[in-house]
Ligand binder design. Structure first.
Ligand code: ZN
Length: 93
C-alpha cells in the first residue's frame, strides 16, 4: 500500500493532513491485475485507487466513473494556474 499522501499536492503524512483512498473505474489491464491479486498474500496498492486530501476529495468523487488516468487529467485541467505551474514538470497535460 502506498503511504496516504495526496497524489495531487503535498498534503499527507508529512503535513499531518488526512487523505482518503478513492478508487476509480478499472481498466481491462487493472481487471487482470485484480484477478491475479486475489492469490497474493500481501495486498498491493490497488492500481485504480489513489489518495486524495480533503482539498481534492470533493472534485475527485464526481470522477470515479472515469479511470484513474482520465480523472487525474480532468482534475489537472480544472486546477488553478498556480497549481499547474507547480506541477508542470510532473505532468505536461
Ligand atoms: Zn491534495
Amino acid at each position: 500500500m502506498m503511504p496516504p499522501n495526496c497524489c495531487h499536492c503535498d498534503k499527507g503524512l508529512e503535513t499531518r493532513d488526512e487523505c482518503e483512498l478513492v478508487c476509480f473505474r478499472r481498466t481491462p489491464e487493472q481487471e487482470a491485475w485484480y484477478a491475479e491479486a486475489e492469490s497474493r498474500l500481501i495486498p498491493d496498492h490497488p492500481l485504480n485507487c489513489e489518495w486524495f486530501c480533503e482539498d481534492h476529495l470533493e472534485a475527485t468523487r464526481s470522477l470515479v466513473e472515469l479511470d484513474l488516468d482520465q480523472a487525474l487529467a480532468r482534475i489537472l485541467k480544472n486546477s488553478s494556474p498556480e497549481f499547474l505551474q507547480r506541477n508542470q514538470q510532473r505532468d505536461t497535460q
